[in-house]
Each structure stands twice: as C-alpha cells, then as structure tokens.
Design a protein around this ligand. Sequence first.
Ligand code: PHE
Length: 451
Amino acid sequence: MATQQKSFSSNLGAIMAAVGSAVGLGNIWRFPYTCGKYGGGAFLLVYLCFVFLLGSVLMMSEFVIGRRSQHTPIKAFGTLRPDRKGWMLVGVLGVVTSFFILSQYLVLSGWTTGYVWDAARGTLGSLGTDAAAISDYFKAFSTDAWRPALFLGVFSLLVLAVILGGVQKGIENVSKVLMPVLVLLILVLCVKSLTLPGAGKGVEYLFSADFSKLTGEGVLAALGQALFSLSVGMGVMIVYGSYIPLSDNIFKTAMWITVCDTLIAVLAGLAIFPAVFSCGLDPAGGPGLVFCVLPNVFNLMGGAGTVFAVLFFVLLTVAALTSAISLLEALTATFCEHTHASRTAGALLFFGLTTALGLVFSLSMGSLSHVTVNNLTLFDFVDRLNSIYLPPLCALFAILFFGWVMPEDEVKDELSNHGTLSIGFYPVLRFLARYVVPLALLVVIVSGILS
Ligand code: PHE
C-alpha cells in the first residue's frame, strides 16, 4: 500500500478543497450565460445528464489515478503502467492545459476583483440604468492596459499566498472557510432575486425545457461546460486525488463534489435569471451577462443595489480564487516532484509565468489586439484552446487509460479501499468509462476541429 506524502486532513477537507476547485467562474459566470444562450431548461437537462454520467466518471478516474499512484499527473501515468511510458504524455498535456487555463483564468478573475472595487466605490452605481453606458464601461475597463493588470496582480498574489501556506494549512483551511461563505452569499442573492417583482419568469426560464432552442452546438457546449465546471481533463483532480486520505470513499467523494458543483450552478442561475427578467433585460447576454447586464439590475434596485453588487462580485472572486488555487497547486506540485525544488520556488516560478502570460492575454483585449493567431486575438485563441481542444483531449486519454490500460484489479482495489468497501456500481462505471465517455469526448473533439 502506498504511503501518503501529502494529504488533506479529512474527508470533509478533501471535499471542500475539491468543491473549491470545481465551483468557480464556470458556475457563476459561464453557466448562466451559456444556459441563457441555449434556451434555459433544455440546456440544464442535457447538462445534468453530462455532469452525472460523464463528468463524475472522469472525476472518479482522475481520483483513482492520483490516489493509487501517489504522484502528480506525469509520474502518475508512468507509475501505474511502467511498461507503457508513452502514457506519461497525457500527464504532460494535462500540465500544459492547466498552465493555459490558469493564465486565462487570472484575466477573468482580475476583472471580478476590479468590479468588487468599482462596486464598493460606487463607480458602477453611478452608471445608473443606462445599458449602453454600462457596457461601454466594461469595454473601457477590459481594454485598458493598467487597471486590469493591477487587479490581475492582486488576485494572483492572493492565490500565491494560499499555495505558500501548504496543502492543509493553505488550501484546505482556506477552502473550509471560503466555501461556506460562498454558499451564504449565493443564498442571500437568490432570496433577493426571487423576491423581486416578476421573478417567476426567470425561474420558469431556467426550469421549463424548450427543446426547440437547443441546437447541436448547445449540446456540445453543455458537455464542454460539464468538463470545465468539474475541473476535469487537466490533471488537477489527479493531484487532488493524490491528497485524498487513503481511508476515503472515492465514489462518494466524487458524487458529493458533483452534486455540490451542480447545485451551485443552479443557484447561480436562480440568483441571476429572476433578477434579469424582473428588470426586463436580456437573459442571453453572452459572456458580458455578469459584467454588462447585472450592474444594470443592481442599479435598478436603488440604494441596496450597491450592497448586492459588492456581494455578487465578492462571490465571483471567492469562487475564482479557490479554483485558481487548485490550478497553481497542480503546476507547483508537478514541478516540485520532478525537480525536487522547494514548494516556495515552484509556486513563485508558476505564479510569475502564469501572471506574465495572463498580462499578455489581458493586453490582447486592447493594445495588443492587432496580434492575432488564425484571425483570433491571443485571448480568444487561448479561450478556444481551453474550451474546445485541450481539456476534452486530455480527458479522452485519461479515461482511455483508466478504462483500458490501467490494470483492472488495481482500479477495483483502489475504489474499494482494498476490498473494504462494496463497489456494486462498478459494472456501470466500467461501461461508462470504456465506451460512453470516450465516444462522447470524441464527438466533441471532432466537431470542435470541424467547426
Ligand atoms: N471548475 C472551475 C470553474 O468552474 C474551473 C477550473 C477548471 C478550475 C480546471 C480548475 C481546473 O470555474
């Protein structure tokens, strides 16, 4: 049996940290606008199927790979099948994916941090209910060189500070405090939103399924969203898997995380759509929904609007923080395992590299917008890489490894904690892992290439 070098102190700690990774901008920023774009309830239904049938299986497979091997992604694949070293490349792909995702994530997180400040100072409030002024403000903010850079830097430093604190004292303790805060904030916002006049239309929008609006593109977006939201397909959950206490039930842990992540996404929808409908605004506002539409909603609330605006952007920033922490941890831990560098050195190195690249992506919205790859700005290019290509590809290889390459007795031994837990779900899991998940991922990848 493997001895554990580093681990979370308890099952609760492991769940909180992994929920912290899963719940992020994907839930509160991306889920509502994607759901709005593809018709509300119908998208939600498809999303739920993907999250539970595919996403949770991927999460379990990454946890098994991480905890069984007690290594970070690259070595994990090499240790579990020492005779097939080529699979280590999947780990490399995961690390590269984490690197690009974190660099881009820092830009968006910098915006949410900036909006906390702007909401608190009353700048957002002073824009009133003029929709054009609010979106012009967002445009000016995101294309500026200095302000996004400043907030990106502040956010990155917060992430760095937690990583330097270590796995238990940093990541676990911070997650244990921030996750309940996040739930409280989202509940307050839901109550406010649901009690606005005409809120019912928003609830109806989220829960009534109009399949005529759900295109093939919407189905693919639902699958991409499921992967992103559960933080699978980039090795982060392999690293967190290696920190899960050896006595924990991996199946239950993954199910808890999946349920919590999904609940938070639905709650985010309930906090946003009723308010948007109540104010007569457009639910299909796209990526600008939270930055361009919600300030209008808050300003329509009058005096209390400022408080709710601050609470909302704090919520977004907290969610982004625990996700960014998991990405920097994955990079730092992998680097340190291979080079034997100190944790401080590894964290500083990747903090520096991802912040620098994040700054370049941020500038590509404004002064560097003339630099393009395939006619896309650098930010849009990396966004495409991060949503359509890298995570599904990495997830595909990881699930093929889990379903077809890793010795089956080891998979069963790990899921059952050496035969001490019953694993009646195993035949279903194996079927999903061998056939259903790879096929679905293949469809996403091929249609991504063709689009
Ligand atoms: N799951 C996070 C979110 O929903 C994003 C993320 C992806 C975090 C991959 C870590 C790794 O925002």
